[in-house]
Design a protein around this ligand. Structure first.
Ligand SMILES: Cc1cc2nc3c(=O)[nH]c(=O)nc-3n(C[C@H](O)[C@H](O)[C@H](O)COP(=O)(O)O)c2cc1C
Length: 370
């Protein structure tokens, strides 16, 4: 599994793996792919620790960092005017009481206990969803030997792209439509991740089978990675035959030994079929594919309030999600995950997953009539 792009990074396999677990990122890189650490959930200090851990593990092999800087957001015009605390206070006031009451109602109907009082203030409501809160993450990332900077929501601000380029770090951006891909290239993004609707997390509504060759053609000769629904080697082979220079994966790493999560969630992932996800605004305010749960169903019910925009919906949910994770209300526990969940039935180590993908890729190539 090699392409000019993976060769340019010195990778053994053209396999990119998004994860917010430093252990998963390090293992993918050690196994010959490139782990990309999702920085969203980390404070600057935690990110520093996570990147120090990865640096200590990977022996100079390539890894990346992924940030979530919205191209437009409620904080964008005011970025610079705000410190994170002030921004949090201002945004909090924008959450309607009706929405807070609705969240309390769902939680009490499912018997979910409040957090202990001394922990309430520790709940992470804003994370790296805004320009103001993502910038300290970027500063930390640039102090480490990262080989790729990815952004979930289009191109990062121009000064961030320029700074990455001045350090010879290529910038990647996730897109769900061809016109977005063209725009990212105009803004200086080097690698386009064409993400089909099958994917876990924020997705558009175009299938990867259609999107990938369209994007490859539209941005040629820039390299494209295919994302969404890749959990088998045959799907990596499909990505390359569609013109992509590699596979960008996320969901498949949620079912690995190195990925820590509540046991109830792993059981739900094993039981889920490829029809058990939903593209919903319930988690972040933007359509994101996730496991269908009592939580997503409550937000989909038209008689209930509509989800808020980003980042307000996540702020509304942050504490609720923490309470759900600690409760026995497994009907509410969910995660962003893609349709590949239907093929995720057995927990393996990261290295086993990489080896399986490579072996299946070889078999798949053997099946192509020449
Ligand atoms: C649990 C989870 C969290 C994710 N969070 C982010 C994120 O913070 N930033 C990002 O760029 N992509 C995020 N994604 C999307 C992945 O980067 C990747 O594009 C996607 O998982 C690929 O599709 P797949 O899930 O079918 O493999 C997330 C995906 C999952 C499953």
């Amino acid at each position: 599994m090699k392409t000019p792009l993976s060769d340019s990074f010195g990778m053994e396999h053209c396999l990119f793996a998004f994860s917010y677990m430093p252990e998963v990122v390090a293992e993918v890189t050690k196994a010959g792919g490139m782990g990309v650490l999702g920085a969203l959930r980390f404070t600057a200090d935690e990110l520093e620790d996570a990147l120090n851990f990865i640096d200590g593990e990977v022996d100079g092999k390539p890894y990346g960092v992924d940030i979530v800087m919205p191209a437009s957001s409620v904080s964008k015009d005011k970025a610079g005017e705000f410190k994170a605390d002030e921004l949090l206070g201002t945004l909090k006031q924008m959450i309607p009481e009706d929405h807070r009451a609705f969240v309390d109602k769902i939680l009490s109907e499912h018997g979910v206990a409040p957090l202990p009082e001394d922990e309430e203030s520790a709940s992470r409501e804003l994370l790296g969803w805004t320009d103001t809160t993502a910038r300290p993450q970027i500063e930390v990332a640039f102090k480490h030997p990262i080989r790729l900077l990815a952004n979930a929501l289009g191109p990062p601000p121009q000064d961030v792209v320029d700074e990455a380029h001045s350090r010879s770090i290529p910038v990647a951006a996730l897109v769900g439509r061809t016109d977005q891909a063209i725009k990212q290239r105009e803004r200086g993004v080097d690698i386009i991740v064409a993400q089909g609707t099958e994917a876990g997390g924020h997705t558009g509504d175009v299938a990867g089978m259609v999107l990938t060759p369209e994007v490859v053609e539209a941005v040629a000769p820039a390299p494209v990675l295919m994302a969404g629904g890749i959990g088998r080697g045959s799907q990596v082979a499909a990505a390359l035959t569609l013109g992509a220079q590699g596979a960008w994966t996320g969901s498949v790493w949620l079912d690995t030994v190195e990925h820590a999560q509540p046991e109830g969630l792993t059981e739900k992932i094993h039981a889920a079929t490829s029809s058990d996800t939903v593209r919903s605004r319930a988690l972040t305010g933007k359509p994101a594919r996730q496991l269908r749960t009592a939580w997503t169903e409550a937000w989909e019910d038209p008689s209930n309030p509509d989800p808020l925009g980003m980042p307000l919906q996540y702020m509304l949910n942050a504490q609720a999600q923490e309470r759900i994770r600690r409760s026995n209300a497994t009907e509410l526990i969910g995660t962003p995950i893609g349709q590949i969940v239907g093929s995720m039935n057995e927990t393996k180590t990261v290295r086993e997953v990489v080896e399986r993908l490579v072996a299946e890729y070889e078999q798949a190539l053997g099946r192509i009539p020449r």
